[in-house]
Design a protein around this ligand. Structure first.
Ligand SMILES: C[S@@+](CC[C@H](N)C(=O)[O-])C[C@H]1O[C@@H](n2cnc3c(N)ncnc32)[C@H](O)[C@@H]1O
Length: 469
């Protein structure tokens, strides 16, 4: 315990020093505090913050003790209940930031009775959402201000507390009834909203524009968060060679195409196809980008990824935040649906969380990623996967896929998982097509005839040089 306390003291001093040096204010619960101070921290301060978050939890859990920790952990849902009701009844919006309000006045402005309003607000205050500055007088904190002012945060809380929270409360029933937990219509969500064996969550949301919009907004606020930025793909994977030969990139389930827009801004020659369900495609912004040079290279296409891939012979088929929505049999089907369209050397890139061995990540990230894994269970009987599990997916889809591994861009929460379709055949075709004049090509072809594996990127690079010459 003393070791942990010492560590907390050291890291806190380091964090404060870093903030002072960068002329940033210290974190605070005050209504005027910067709610995103952590996002602006330099790398060293970021590490200190993580250490503090971890060490304080360890010390707290140790001090509370095992039996008491378990006893009170089960009341965690009450934190969610307080957030749910504060958000759903709009309590944070009922009085201006910077002013105080009596509980009586807050009750008068709300749709709640005095007892329920007071107990919900006072419970929320135990988590630094609101503060009772004197008996019966409530003020905002930085957190309640976020809930009052940030519409993305309201959507995030609404989706999590009104859709995921009931779903998680029904997972036990789902698992008892269908222990294999594979189907999209036998999930906690289905049990919670009476749609068992009727329709998957996405269909339910499709019928309810308000809920669908809330989920869309919540997802957007998550993807805008630390570690989820599109830049981790744009800067984390090298598309220069593909760009050089004006290759085609297909974003399967690509929503409104924001990934392709960002890629097209960096890579000026590549072409893009964004595929999604008809409704999503219809509501995409038009033009897709204000930059004409970007917009003219991006095509939108209605496509159901549970049917055969219609875009034949593209260079990359990309799935971002798709595979984790599906249990293994469905995920294999998605990969298999690509096969008729694949040319030798075509790449399949999956951008998703990629689970690491327990204990190998910092505990904060580990908790988040394992939370996401359970949320996928609650909603869709789906899952996050390890590198090996991704490898197994490709192997189960077809032995023609050569699994390349995972790239983990620094600072990214998601990995880029890569497989190539029959690269040996591509190399053989290249051998027939290209005269063997360049030393590098000779070497590659010599290896190929000896049965060694060719690295397609290298072969392509050499081909390009030959073509230019
Ligand atoms: C979690 S979102 C991911 C969107 C985007 N790839 C991203 O990175 O943010 C899942 C996307 O898959 C789309 N989708 C769901 N079912 C689909 C289907 N059967 N065929 C094509 N797209 C589908 C949804 O409309 C949605 O845009």
């Amino acid at each position: 315990m003393a070791y942990l306390a010492q560590k907390i003291a050291t890291e806190t001093a380091a964090l404060e020093a870093c903030l002072k040096e960068a002329n940033l204010p210290l974190p605070s619960f005050d209504v005027d505090a910067d709610p995103d101070f952590a996002a602006k921290l330099p790398e060293a301060a970021r590490r200190s913050r993580q250490e503090i978050v971890h060490a304080t939890k360890e010390l707290r859990d140790l001090t509370i003790g095992p039996r008491e920790s378990v006893r009170w952990q089960v009341w965690g849902h009450l934190d969610v209940l307080a957030l749910q009701t504060v958000n759903a009844f709009g309590l944070a919006k009922l009085f201006p930031v910077g002013e105080t309000i009596t509980l009586a006045e807050l009750t008068a402005r709300s749709k709640l009775d005095a007892v329920n309003l007071a107990r919900l607000v006072r419970y929320a205050a135990t988590n630094n959402i609101f503060r009772e500055v004197s008996p019966g007088v409530i003020a905002h904190t930085a957190a309640s201000r976020c809930i009052a002012e940030d519409e993305d945060m309201q959507a995030w809380i609404g989706f999590n507390t009104e859709d995921i929270f009931p779903a998680s409360a029904h997972v036990l029933q789902a698992l008892r009834t269908y222990p294999e937990a594979v189907h999209l219509t036998q999930t906690g969500f289905n049990f919670a909203f009476n749609t068992v064996d009727q329709e998957p969550m996405f269909v339910t949301f499709g019928k309810d524009p308000v809920r669908a919009k809330r989920m869309g907004r919540a997802m957007a606020s998550l993807t805008g968060g630390e570690g989820y930025e599109v830049k981790h793909l744009v800067d984390g994977y090298d598309f220069a060679e593909l760009d050089g030969r004006e290759g085609t990139f297909v974003d399967v389930g690509g929503s409104h195409g924001f990934v392709c827009v960002d890629l097209a801004k960096k890579y000026k020659k590549m072409k893009f196809v964004v595929q999604d369900l008809p409704k999503t495609v219809e509501t995409a912004p038009s033009p897709i980008s204000e930059d004409g040079q970007v917009a003219e290279r991006i095509r939108l296409q209605a496509h159901d990824f549970f049917t055969e891939q219609p875009e034949i012979g593209a260079d990359v088929y990309f799935f971002r935040w798709i595979m984790h929505n599906y249990s293994t049999p469905y995920a294999i089907k998605l990969i298999k649906n690509l096969i008729p369209a694949l040319k030798p050397g075509a790449k399949v890139l999956i951008m998703d969380h990629c689970l690491t061995e327990p204990g190998t990540q910092n505990p904060w990230d580990e908790k988040q990623i394992r939370s996401m894994d359970l949320i996928m269970l609650c909603l869709l009987n789906a899952q996050e996967r390890t590198e090996q599990e991704f490898k197994d997916l490709f192997a189960a889809a077809d032995e023609g896929f050569v699994f390349k591994g995972v790239i983990r861009p620094p600072g990214a929460k998601m990995g880029i998982i890569e497989a190539v379709w029959k690269p040996e055949e591509e190399a053989k075709e290249a051998a027939v097509a290209a005269p063997v004049e360049v030393e590098g090509v000779k070497a590659v072809l010599a290896e190929e005839t000896e049965g060694a594996k060719v690295i397609p990127a290298e072969a392509e690079a050499v081909d390009n040089t030959a073509a230019k010459e």
